[in-house]
Ligand binder design. Structure first.
Ligand code: ZN
Length: 387
């Protein structure tokens, strides 16, 4: 991997382009990063957008955040280190079909770009034996060093794994990691580790999340859990050592995939900036009461994925943001040539996501409901996210 820095002398902001090894077709892809503050300064924050390359609002939010951070840097207000990757998936950005950008699955391997990140707790677990003690700060440093060494030693055999390694290497030693996504047609919602709640409540309330889904293991090893999960996994493995959850990583779903709205993006950038102030990454107020969070955090095992039982047109009977009771009809699937079937919710909660292509087939997820009561069909460790 080749790094190409375009920092101007004495300027506190730098752009560093990282070239990935060429893919099977001989194409090279570049991951562009924007860096603020002194390397090694704390807290370190890493934010990326567009890991699913067809999810746009986060890309614009980070573009707007750069304006705020450029200004903060010019005023000497950056305390920590900030790394922004506004387009985290240059491979996905080259994948078009039928006039649409695709970018959720890698064409070469078929894999989802936000799954199958390496399990660093497993990779470094044995090497930590005898190295950890009662000092949490020392343990954090030891574990971060081991994680970086494990990523350095990993030789990816595919371009998409080289991308995974690059992104994870940028993020793995950060105190805060925000992976900006969007859902098909959705209200803002957030996925975060159970152990990170309620610590992450300011992130959710500043960004005005309407659902917060908690899991320790959501299945499939997404990016945020590759950063945060090793801390609690290692804490379970070494219960006598003081291992804090040292990386607050969250997936922020900033609405619908195609939301490209300057005013919304400016609001989101301002919200992320306030989080940076609160967390002491940039100078600013740290003690103001965060805004009220407009939802309760609920377990990801209580989130119903509403699935179509048959093929047909999807006529939604409920809108995003509607409160749902078990038995309510979420949608009617209509066969243009025949019958109609009502699809009922099986839990109480809030309908926060729908699908924007209103045609379904058996098993297609056409809605998501943030419920309160864990569902028997959903257990931690199974794949709880949509593929
Ligand atoms: Zn996504």
């Amino acid at each position: 991997m080749e790094e190409n820095s375009q920092a101007t002398q004495n300027h506190p902001v730098s752009r560093v382009d990282i070239t990935l090894p060429a893919d099977a077709d001989g194409k090279s892809h570049v991951v562009s990063t924007f860096r603020y503050g002194e390397p090694g300064a704390r807290p370190k924050v890493y934010m990326q957008a567009g890991l699913h390359a067809d999810e746009f609002p986060g890309m614009l939010a980070l573009r707007c955040l750069r304006d705020l951070l450029d200004d903060a840097a010019a005023r000497g207000r950056i305390i920590g280190e900030i790394v922004l990757v506004p387009q985290a998936n240059p491979i996905g950005l080259t994948q078009h079909g039928d006039g649409f950008l695709l970018g959720r699955y890698d064409e070469e391997t078929g894999g989802n770009f936000n799954r199958d990140y390496p399990d660093l707790a497993r990779m470094i677990g044995d090497t930590l034996a005898g190295q950890l003690g009662a000092d949490p700060a020392a343990n954090v440093a030891t574990i971060r060093t081991a994680m970086r060494a494990a990523l350095d030693a990993w030789s990816p055999s595919t371009t998409v794994d080289a991308l995974r390694r690059t992104l994870l290497t940028l993020a793995i030693d950060a105190d805060l990691v925000f992976d900006l996504h969007a859902d098909n047609d959705a209200l803002k919602h957030m996925y975060v580790g159970t152990k990170l709640w309620p610590d992450a409540i300011d992130v959710a309330s500043e960004t005005d999340m309407r659902a917060v889904l908690l899991a320790e293991v959501s299945g499939g090893n997404p990016f945020d859990e590759a950063c945060s999960g090793p801390w609690w996994t290692l804490s379970q493995r070494y219960p006598d050592a003081a291992i804090p959850p040292a990386c607050l990583a969250a997936t922020l779903e900033l609405g619908s995939n195609n939301d490209v709205d300057l005013r919304d993006a400016e609001d989101e950038a301002a919200a992320l900036y306030r989080v940076l102030e609160r967390r002491g990454v940039v100078t600013g107020p740290t003690d103001a009461e965060p805004p009220r969070l407009r939802c309760e955090a609920t377990s990801l095992t209580a989130m119903e994925q509403v699935k179509a039982p048959v093929t047909g047109l999807v006529a939604y009977r409920l809108r995003l943001g509607d409160s749902v009771r078990a038995g309510d009809v979420v949608a009617t699937i209509i066969d243009p040539l025949g019958d109609s079937v009502d699809v009922e919710a099986t839990t109480d909660g809030l309908l926060f996501a729908r699908h924007n292509q209103t045609y379904a087939w058996p098993g297609k997820i056409i809605g998501k409901i943030a419920g309160v009561a864990p569902l028997e069909t959903r257990q931690e460790g199974q794949p709880l996210l949509s593929d």
